[in-house]
Design a protein around this ligand. Structure first.
Ligand code: ASP
Ligand code: MG
Length: 473
């Protein structure tokens, strides 16, 4: 019979304390009953990556050692107290502490080097950031062995091979596949749980890289796709993907399942549950993905599916991205002139701003798009510069931006086959007195996005969430 392989990733809060680690260990113990081969991917303990990076940044360009001692103590206390609570065997405890201490020493050395140089290169920052996962790897592996679960730790820098785009490195899937199988298969075949670091890899020369903040989910997807695994489970601190933010709508529910295209819209619109890069390798490898809660393991969580099942649920989720502004370029002189949009977005790109929503009316007399509020001023300046000539000639009347707005997005693959959803969305908002400033529908027809004034955000989300309940009946 074919051996079944599971990759489980534990996020920062899931390994954030002795108590959380004990839960994670119990979850791994239970998974062992159902799965022949298990790879565990760990994040840094909650807060550690931020602490590491903040210390590095605050040491760059400063003449005097700032809170280094402080950070060092925090790191030691956090990891040591968890180790002491979980590892009773004295020799194992001492060894774990020694290894973690050595990594803390690397942190101190790196920060001192950064201080001397007066700057932190992306490469140096990756070296610093990688230490969080490297510490939790030692801690979790030792705690598993202490709990009687045979585990072997191996750093993902040994087998996830990336390019040298530090802080946002891209894996070479071919080489990674070969190395991952070569390193992990013998561990798994010998009956061990393979424990590894999320978030980090190394370039071809062996220099440590990171996959971008929050990248441990992506690590799990990479490993799952190259092994290949049958399933990847992401253990986090919420029950799964919810119909909306429960802080806005108390009756928000966890979705039992959601399709990849639906979650892609949600991820884009600010759902923090899953790193957006996770999806592609999983879809390509055709493996299962589940999001589950370390703090509520009895809950089924949310299952990701290739195709949404048609259960009559048209609208599945509502999300809002706040603190945006709408920028409008308007003028009759734009009519039929090619290249205006290209130049406009070229100008926006030059400010390194990404644009979450674009609309243009067919009159071609205006282009309107959203940008994060804090970037609006820069974007307006860049546009005025780019179109200085047109503004002078009155071909463009004005370039302006609104006050803060929110982009509210309604997601659901069922909308594709159901006429009249947009109509319902608008009448629902109208009935609740919410004014819509702009609209965009993705051509995938999986979502409709509406721009509303900031003070209307809650009301809009609440009103639209009622449609989920209705269509789910
Ligand atoms: N520890 C890394 C971060 O905080 C990666 C992760 O947790 O996914 O960004
Ligand atoms: Mg995360």
């Amino acid at each position: 019979m074919q051996q079944k392989t599971l990759v489980m990733k534990f996020g920062g809060t899931s390994v954030g304390s002795a108590e959380a680690l004990a839960r994670a260990i119990q979850i791994i113990r239970e998974a062992k009953c159902d799965w022949d081969r298990i790879v565990v991917v760990t994040s840094a303990m909650a807060g550690v990556t931020n602490l590491l990076l903040d210390s590095a940044a605050s040491n760059a360009g400063k003449a005097h050692a700032s809170p280094l001692q402080d950070a060092e103590n925090k790191l030691r206390t956090k990891h040591f107290s968890a180790a002491e609570a979980l590892i009773k065997d004295n020799a194992a405890l001492e060894e774990t502490k020694r290894e973690i201490n050595a990594l803390i020493q690397v942190f101190v050395n790196l920060c001192e080097a950064i201080q001397i140089l007066g700057e932190a290169s992306p490469r140096a920052l990756d070296a610093v950031a990688s230490l969080g996962e490297r510490m939790s790897l030692r801690l979790l592996t030792a705690a598993l062995n202490e709990a009687g679960i045979k585990a072997k730790g191996v750093e993902s820098t040994e087998f996830i091979v990336t390019n040298s785009n530090f802080q946002n490195a891209h894996p070479d899937f071919c080489v990674t596949k070969e190395k991952t199988q070569e390193l992990l298969n013998p561990i798994l075949e010998a009956g061990f749980i393979a424990v590894t670091t999320g978030f980090i890899g190394a370039n071809a020369e062996g220099v440590v890289t990171t996959l971008g903040r929050g990248g441990s989910d992506y690590s799990a997807a990479i490993i799952g796709s190259v092994l290949p695994a049958d399933e990847v489970w992401i253990w986090t601190d919420v029950d799964g993907v919810m119909t909306t933010d429960p802080k806005i709508v108390a009756s928000a529910k966890t979705l039992a399942e959601i399709s990849y295209s639906e979650i892609a819209e949600l991820a884009y619109y600010g759902a923090k549950v899953l790193h957006p890069k996770t999806i592609r390798p999983i879809v390509e490898a055709g493996i299962g993905l589940r999001i589950c809660n370390t703090f509520n393991p009895a809950h089924q969580g949310t299952r990701l599916t290739a195709k949404g099942t048609r259960n009559g649920q048209v609208v599945k989720a509502v999300t809002a991205i706040q603190k945006q502004r709408l920028v409008t370029i308007e003028g009759r002189g734009m009519l039929g002139v090619p290249g205006v949009a290209a130049r406009a977005f070229g100008a926006v790109a030059s400010t390194k701003t990404s644009v979450p929503l674009i609309t243009q009316a067919s009159s071609e007399q205006s282009i309107c798009f959203a940008v994060p509020s804090e970037t609006a001023e820069n974007v307006l300046n860049a546009l005025e510069k780019t179109f200085a000539h047109e503004i002078e000639e009155d071909d463009i009347d004005r370039v302006w931006s609104t006050d803060d707005v929110s982009i509210v997005t309604v997601v659901g693959a069922g909308m594709k086959h159901t006429p009249g959803v947009a109509g319902k969305v608008f009448s629902q908002l109208g009935n609740h007195g919410v004014n819509v400033l702009a609209i965009a529908q993705g051509s995938s027809e999986v979502s409709i996005s509406l721009v509303v004034e900031a003070p209307d955000t809650e009301q809009a989300v609440k009103a639209l969430h009622e449609l989920i309940v209705e269509s789910g009946r």
